[in-house]
Design a protein around this ligand. Sequence first.
Ligand code: MRU
Length: 369
Amino acid sequence: MGKSILEYETVDLDESDGSIVIIDQTRLPARTEVIKLRTAQEIWDAIYLLKVRGAPAIGVTAAFGIYILAAQTADEILHFEDKASNSFFDIFYDKFKEQKEFLNSARPTAVNLSWALERMDRVCRQAHKAGKNLNEIIELLGREAKEIKQEDIRVCRAIGENGLCLVKPGDGILTHCNAGQLATCKYGTATAPIYLGQERGYNFRVFADETRPLLQGARLTAYELHSAGVDVTLICDNMSSMVMKNGWVQAVFVGCDRVAANGDTANKIGTSMVAAVAKRYHVPFYVCAPTSTVDLATPTGAEIKIEQRPAEEVTEMWYKERMAPEGIKVYNPAFDVTDNELITAIVTEKGIARAPYKESLSFLCSGGK
Ligand code: MRU
């Protein structure tokens, strides 16, 4: 039997040749193609084209990315023996900032991208301030990037534990897009309670929205949950209302790309529609997000920048032939904002935030339980 998709690393570092290793998610589920990224352009393209996607996985890729690029810069600037000196830091750091800005421009909505890059930048500046040489700075950057990945695994598991308290064995759970293992380094966020429930014999019945236009629900969520042996049913996005009206869903779990300070949350396009329907049928709607996705500097959802994607994703991608008239106007926002009043709770690794979110989120993010 072949290797299960869950046995692959979503994002990894190959230190033997200084590359990032990812599964090209645009080919799933038909082909499991593992690819290597080495240049800034390759990393940027992989994020923009959604070869690697999902807010936490994008953050980890960016951290590994800026690390391998920094190591390349150090190699270009200096010979090994010179790396022990401090004098080339300014040239090194100018390039570091340039590459950081470039990677950060790949996708605008998921805050984990800038969050991870800022964290790496902080390590760089602090190490320099502490008198470390380039060799030592590169080593610290590598350590930080690996820690960001390990942290993601711990955080997702903790989100799973917290989310599992909100449901009971046998429940029906609906999810939208892919906030699964393929969007993180393990467990996922929205799927973490499902995976932990599976470990404990909860026998959830999961409904996965296919998630037009890029089909992350069909290609990724249905695929990974099915591979894990979870009872999962794929539905088109326009079927979630019927499924909820039928009483088949006891909770909705979705992921998130950015949580504003007031609890408005940006997630894959269509999420706010699911939230409105859930409210209509009195189904609790839970947003699962690591605190790294909470952006207290963004007051409300109105200030979240929503990524616009190419028209072809709607008109022809996935089809044998074009399915819309040539020249038709297309509106293709990749995300929408769910208003905080539609959200029953936000499940983080540090605990569960409920309204009023301004208070509960800042309490959790400042280390509260
Ligand atoms: O465009 P994508 O596939 O990157 O969108 C992904 C989502 O919207 C996820 O729900 C979100 O990033 C959370 S992933 C744990």
